[in-house]
Design a protein around this ligand. Structure first.
Ligand code: R5P
Length: 288
């Protein structure tokens, strides 16, 4: 087996190579002066099982992945597995308004063309897996996240909306703490409203756990509501830390005590490593 790292996921691919004791393929990945991508794989992949690791965010990383897949397929590799730590465009997973593209489906269709198996870390919605025309599965880092929240002595894990409740519930089972959800209402693309219901948060060490932090709007609103109620410490935790614009300032100004994310998108808050959960899935489903 060879592991091939895209430039967006070097860190995870290197860790996977160590965990699985399988080599990283030697590659040349560069950009032409006009920024078009160039890919060359130096190892002979003929008949080899290949695991490609690449987050599909931001956009240039999608093209890079498609070219790596093409090079692998041209090299007549055996089974091709594509591991996508963060699958971009996942939030446009249906037509919310007439005439819209289903972006998640469009991207998945293209990636599925040169792959036998797909693994997504914590996709925004599970039905995204069905958009690939090959077998696709989820890889969940809740065990790794729970270990981290345990160290922070969190006593209540909150989902920022009802849709994110399962993640909070499973994580809380592993940490042995309470869980619940907040009521989130989207007013428009930039405005949301969060209600804390009648939750008992006074003096508690609370974590809000979401799949994505993008503008930080959801977290900031939730944190200030919880602080108003008297929560002691509030941790903002997510799988995929996009932190666009002034997200970090917004979250800190709202009273956040700690921000944590996984390394699906590497940033300064990436203290939870997803490589172990991906390695576990590969051992279970790929290595024969
Ligand atoms: C929404 O459905 C997602 O699960 C996240 O809650 C959302 O993407 C967070 O975005 P933002 O940080 O911009 O509020």
């Amino acid at each position: 087996m060879y592991i091939i790292s895209g430039t967006a996921s070097k860190n995870i691919a290197e860790k996977l190579s160590k965990e699985l004791n399988e080599p990283l393929a030697k590659t040349v990945i560069k950009r032409f002066p006009d920024n078009e991508c160039y890919i060359r794989i130096l190892d002979d992949l003929k008949g080899e099982e290949v695991v490609i690791v690449q987050t599909t965010y931001p956009d240039p990383n999608i093209v890079e992945l498609l070219l790596i897949q093409n090079a692998v397929s041209e090299a007549k590799a055996g089974e091709i597995t594509v591991v996508i730590p963060y699958f971009g465009y996942g939030r446009q997973d249906k037509k919310f308004e007439m005439g819209e593209a289903i972006s998640a489906k469009a991207i998945a269709t293209h990636i599925g063309l040169n792959a036998d198996k797909i693994m997504l870390v914590d996709p925004h919605k599970n039905h995204i897996l069905d958009f690939f025309n090959v077998s696709a599965q989820e890889c969940s880092p809740i065990y790794e996240m729970a270990q981290c929240l345990n160290k922070l002595d969190v006593s209540l894990i909150l989902a920022p909306d009802k849709g994110a409740l399962e993640r909070a519930k499973h994580t809380s089972k592993l940490t042995g703490c309470e869980y619940d959800y907040l009521e989130k209402k989207r007013i428009d693309a930039k405005t949301i409203e969060i209600k804390t219901k009648n939750l008992e948060t006074k003096g508690k060490n609370v974590a809000i756990l979401d799949d994505i932090i993008s503008t930080g709007g959801t977290m900031a609103k939730a944190i200030s509501e919880l602080k108003k109620q008297g929560a002691k410490d509030v941790t903002a935790a997510c799988t995929h830390g996009l932190f666009t614009g002034d997200a970090i300032n917004k979250i800190i100004s709202a009273g956040c005590n700690k921000i944590i994310s996984t390394n699906t998108i590497q940033n300064k808050f990436s203290i939870v490593d997803v490589a172990p959960c991906i390695a576990k899935s590969i051992r279970k489903n790929i290595i024969k």
